[in-house]
Ligand binder design. Structure first.
Ligand SMILES: [Zn+2]
Length: 165
């Protein structure tokens, strides 16, 4: 898929986040694209500190809407690159495990490509090479992460990360 197409869906995932009235919505948005099927979701953060990452929520949303996840060839857009660290507060394992067939909830799912708004500064594109999917980053960051346009779903961490790039 070309960058323009993926940028459009990245933008739509952010719009989805901005317009969501879920009181628990978190700061990361994601979309899952397979052929003509597309869903969006956000991360969620709860008062007890527990969180569900956007990548997991978008798989749940897709499965709920379409009944089953795509076997191969799906593309994910996400405002932030997928996590690989341990976290006791996150529901389920890391998003890298989730996207590479190593997840308990979605053991047979693996993604073909992940297209992100920016790379978590603790990671690098090179660190994702071994994951078995293609990770690329938009070049249109100013447009997506302008706080005037998309400030609402983006927390301080994201703003700081962008300043650091
Ligand atoms: Zn994650």
């Amino acid at each position: 898929m070309d960058a323009k197409y993926l940028d459009e869906h990245l933008r739509k995932s952010m719009r989805y986040s901005r317009e969501s009235d879920n009181p628990n919505k978190g700061v990361v948005a994601a979309g899952l694209i397979f052929q003509d099927n597309i869903v969006y979701a956000t991360s969620e953060k709860f008062s007890d500190g527990r969180s569900i990452h956007a990548e997991r929520n978008v798989l749940r949303e897709y499965k709920e809407r379409y009944g089953t996840l795509p076997n191969n060839g799906a593309i994910m857009v996400a405002t932030l690159s997928p996590c690989h660290c341990l976290s006791e507060y996150r529901e389920g394992g890391s998003c890298i495990e989730l996207l590479t067939g190593s997840d308990e909830e979605f053991p047979n799912f693996s993604i073909a490509q992940v297209y992100v708004g920016f790379i978590d500064p603790t990671q690098s594109i090179d660190s994702h090479l071994q994951n078995g999917f293609r990770l690329t980053k938009t070049t249109a960051q100013d447009q997506y992460f302008n706080p005037e346009n998309y400030g609402k779903p983006i927390d301080e961490f994201v703003k700081q990360a962008l300043n650091d790039i």
